[in-house]
Design a protein around this ligand. Structure first.
Ligand code: DSN
Length: 416
């Protein structure tokens, strides 16, 4: 039987949009730093009958019967997460990164308490205290920023800020910072003021798993992650913590924030974690970083202003001010030419978030489809042509064709 035959017969409208999306994912160079391609095994677990089951509670302590298989699946996912990251305790139920982060706040603090996180325009996440997020509405937020000169975190300044404001939680982590984090320093800062150290490793979890980014697990009280970014699993979330916090974290996830876990996602997370435990995942993670560095070097040579001067993780943040084009215009032209990324604020941006000065891109997805340094040089050339002439429709069309030809040689995992 053809794949998705039932869907095709019953709802051809949705079927054909899924087909188109699959083709888009095949034909384009996907460089949104938070995206990836999952394997067929992960897709199969994710699309399984496990979606039919409700399972409030935890293995052995559920509120509904019929958990014979679900308990085993969730326990396997937990054990794999603990093994992969060397954690005392894992909770694999968060629906995604934002609910996982909310559970951390619920576990440790009360409305009105002070939290400290990286400011959103400096690469922090909405849930790290942005005013438009519940994290910024319910808590007193003190945001730290990047150094104006270097674009780097300044641990001395963060320490001073922490001493002044005495936050109950210090959040380390980002969605647009192209460097590694010094978790030992964050631990020292948290200890100095008696704060919980909470690391959101959603972006770089796969690099931690692959051993090419320091692990926050030995230093942090609690670590959150999504499972679908560099970790290359389904859309989901996880929390890892020290044994002493296990009860509080579990209670905060359920019944604190969520209802029944998405068992199909739990199974897919278990499969992705099995993949991440394979020796080949280390090569994958190392290649993500090599690719990011190769792309950064090539773009720097062409006069691009990379925030922090380069990268040592999977992502690049580029200020396009010296190229006389806004992030939005560049991102749209790049998409038209088959290179998909997002416009992004840069630190101390003078432009508005909906049309900022920069673009952000990452190498997790292209590395999954087998691109290496050579392909990064091609991407840098194309990007430069597009950003130099974003309105040249003919050139965009020509590059879109070349991009498609290149992509045809590198079939991504999970796609037919
Ligand atoms: N939306 C994600 C990102 O692109 O970084 C963060 O949750």
């Amino acid at each position: 039987m053809h794949r998705m035959e039932n869907l095709k017969n019953y709802d051809s409208e949705i079927y054909s949009l899924i087909e188109k999306e699959e083709k888009r994912q095949f034909d384009k160079i996907r460089m949104i730093a938070s995206e990836n391609y999952v394997s067929k095994a992960v897709l199969e677990a994710s699309g399984s009958v496990l979606t039919n089951k409700y399972s409030e509670g935890y293995a052995g302590k559920r509120y509904y019967e019929g958990q014979q298989n679900i308990d085993e699946i969730e326990t396997i996912a937990i054990e794999r997460a603990k093994e992969l990251f060397g954690a005392d305790h894992a909770n694999v139920q968060p629906y995604s990164g934002s609910p996982a982060n909310m559970a951390v706040y619920l576990a440790f603090i009360k409305p009105g308490d002070t939290i400290m996180g990286l400011a959103l325009p400096h690469g922090g996440h909405l849930t790290h205290g942005s005013k438009v997020s519940i994290s910024g509405k319910y808590f007193n937020v003190v945001s730290y920023e990047l150094d104006k000169e270097t674009g780097l975190l300044n641990y001395g300044t963060i320490m001073e800020l922490a001493k002044e404001h005495k936050p109950k939680i210090i959040v380390a982590g980002h969605s647009a910072y192209p460097r590694q984090l010094d978790f030992k320093k964050f631990r020292e800062i948290a200890d100095e003021v008696g704060a919980i150290l909470f690391v959101d490793m959603a972006h770089f979890a796969g690099l931690v798993a692959g051993g090419v980014h320091p692990s926050p697990v030995p230093y942090a009280d609690v670590v959150s992650t999504t499972t679908h970014k560099s970790l290359r699993g389904p859309r989901g979330g996880m929390l890892l913590c020290k044994e002493e916090h296990a009860k509080a974290i579990d209670k905060a996830v359920f019944p604190g924030i969520q209802g029944g876990p998405h068992n199909h996602t739990t199974a897919a997370i278990a499969v992705a974690l099995k993949e991440a435990l394979e020796p080949s995942f280390k090569d994958y993670a190392a290649q993500i970083v090599k690719n990011a560095k190769a792309l950064a070097d090539a773009l720097k040579e062409k006069g691009y202003n990379l925030i922090t001067g380069g990268t040592d993780n999977h992502l690049l943040l580029i200020d396009l001010t010296n190229k006389n084009v806004t992030g939005k215009i560049a991102a749209k032209a790049l998409d038209n030419a088959g290179i998909v990324l997002n416009y992004n604020a840069v630190p101390y941006d003078t432009r508005k978030p909906f049309d900022p000065s920069g673009i952000r891109l990452g190498t997790s997805s292209v590395t999954s489809r087998g691109f290496r340094e050579n392909e990064m040089l091609m991407i840098a050339d194309w990007m430069d042509q597009i950003i130099s002439n974003p309105e040249d429709e003919k050139m965009l069309e020509k590059i879109a064709g070349d991009v498609k030809d290149l992509c045809a040689k590198f079939p991504p995992p999970g796609l037919d």
